[in-house]
Design a binder for this molecule. Structure first.
Ligand SMILES: [Zn+2]
Length: 401
């Protein structure tokens, strides 16, 4: 395919507003879209891995720009009249972002070829990321080297020139090319870094690319696929990651500058807690297996909190007991003889036990049927004596003092 390099988007890739004449307008198609052809245009048509531009032509929106049967077509949501002059306005923030990504791709592909003999065999930009496919594997360390070198070239702010070398010069020029082109060959030239035949839009200076950050690398078709962010995208990603780091540091009360060692310590603590919980569950299973079905369990456990007390009492009772009477200290630092209690029985009503307890001690609590909870002011020995009197030899006390 011969490409017309005289279009406005080639003459001035920084052009964001222009005037042109409407040559044709066709449509609408089934989607309600119109195909508009202009006398000239700053809208880049999708090609070479770079998406087509969007923006406005007068009052209509340009949804996409494409080459269709060798024609430069603006896909629009409204119609325009042939012969009318129209003002075009690009979504230039979006286009400049693509120019940053695309130019960054040239740096990385040139460097990968120079240092590792890896050829870029696939390239794609979308709104979120840019992927580069290489035909050879690149190690993590080598990828870091490429990232460093690419950023050094950005800092040097080198020219990115567009050249159309004569055929005889082209023969001697060592340049990268993905497809065979007829007509003049457009070379994107970064002195000392890369020469590549390319039909996309690029920035004029490497400094405009901004930060080049490789964010992912996977094995792909015998080589690797690298995901890269350039310029504003890299900044946005840095901001996103920094926000996440701040969120994690807040959630775990960590120093966000030393997140990993601090987080590792917190995760160790969680592992230790999980281990002690596992031990606790094993102890629970031990206790339950020592009990006969239909027995009553009186259980004092200072390690449980209010929430787990309920869960554990229910779990214990449903394991085959007649009932579980669970007591935990009301306040870890408070008076010794005050307990929070949970009574649970899967079948027997416990109203009479609650009533008798209220008669014997100061109690605040309530419930019905097989579930009661509340607070009681009584000593461990007094509670043991009370339950022994209620249930006699069918009572199992844990722990026994
Ligand atoms: Zn290019």
């Amino acid at each position: 395919m011969a490409i017309n390099f005289t279009s406005l988007y080639y003459r001035n890739p920084y052009c964001s507003e222009f005037e042109a004449e409407v040559l044709r307008c066709e449509g609408p198609n089934k989607k309600g879209e119109y195909q508009i052809i202009l006398s000239d245009s700053a809208f880049y048509p999708e090609g070479g891995g770079q998406p087509g531009d969007r923006g406005r032509l007068g009052h209509v929106r340009v949804l996409d720009t494409r080459f269709i049967y060798d024609e430069h077509v603006h896909i629009c949501d409204g119609s325009l009249s042939p012969g009318q002059k129209v003002r075009g306005r690009l979504d230039f923030e979006r286009r400049f972002d693509f120019m940053q990504q695309h130019s960054g791709e040239h740096l990385l592909s040139g460097l990968a070829k120079e240092h590792y003999g890896a050829t870029n065999v696939g390239f794609h930009i979308n709104e979120f990321e840019m992927t580069l496919d290489f035909d050879k594997e690149i190690s993590e360390q080598d990828a870091l080297f490429l990232e460093d070198r690419a950023n050094e070239i950005v800092f040097k702010n080198l020219d990115i020139d567009i050249l159309f070398p004569e055929e005889k010069l082209l023969i001697d020029l060592d340049y990268r090319s993905k497809i065979d082109l007829s007509g003049p060959v457009r070379i994107v030239h970064i002195a000392g870094v890369d020469d590549c035949a390319c039909c996309g839009t690029h920035v004029k200076k490497t400094g405009e690319i901004g930060l080049v950050k490789l964010v992912d690398m996977i094995k792909y078709k015998g080589g690797v696929r690298i995901t890269c962010l350039c310029g504003r995208r890299a900044l946005k990603d840095y901001r996103r990651l920094a926000e996440q780091a701040a969120g994690i540091s807040q959630a775990f009360s960590l120093n966000s500058r030393e997140l990993m060692p601090d987080l590792a310590r917190s995760l160790d603590k969680i592992s230790a807690l999980e281990e002690s919980l596992k031990k606790r569950n094993e102890e629970l299973v031990d206790i339950l297996s020592g009990l006969a079905k239909g027995q009553y369990l009186l259980w004092f456990d200072p390690t449980l909190d209010k929430k787990t007390q309920k869960v554990v009492a229910k779990y214990a009772a449903e394991a085959g007991l007649a009932a579980c009477f669970s007591f935990i200290p009301l306040d870890q630092d408070g008076a010794e003889n005050q307990f929070r209690y949970v009574f649970y029985s899967p079948e027997a009503p416990l109203d009479s036990v609650q009533k008798a307890l209220s008669k014997a001690f100061p109690v605040r609590g309530g419930g019905r049927g097989g579930f009661f909870q509340g607070q009681v002011e009584a000593a461990y020995d007094e509670l043991c004596a009370f339950f022994v009197q209620e249930f006699g030899p069918e009572l199992f006390i844990w722990p026994k003092n």
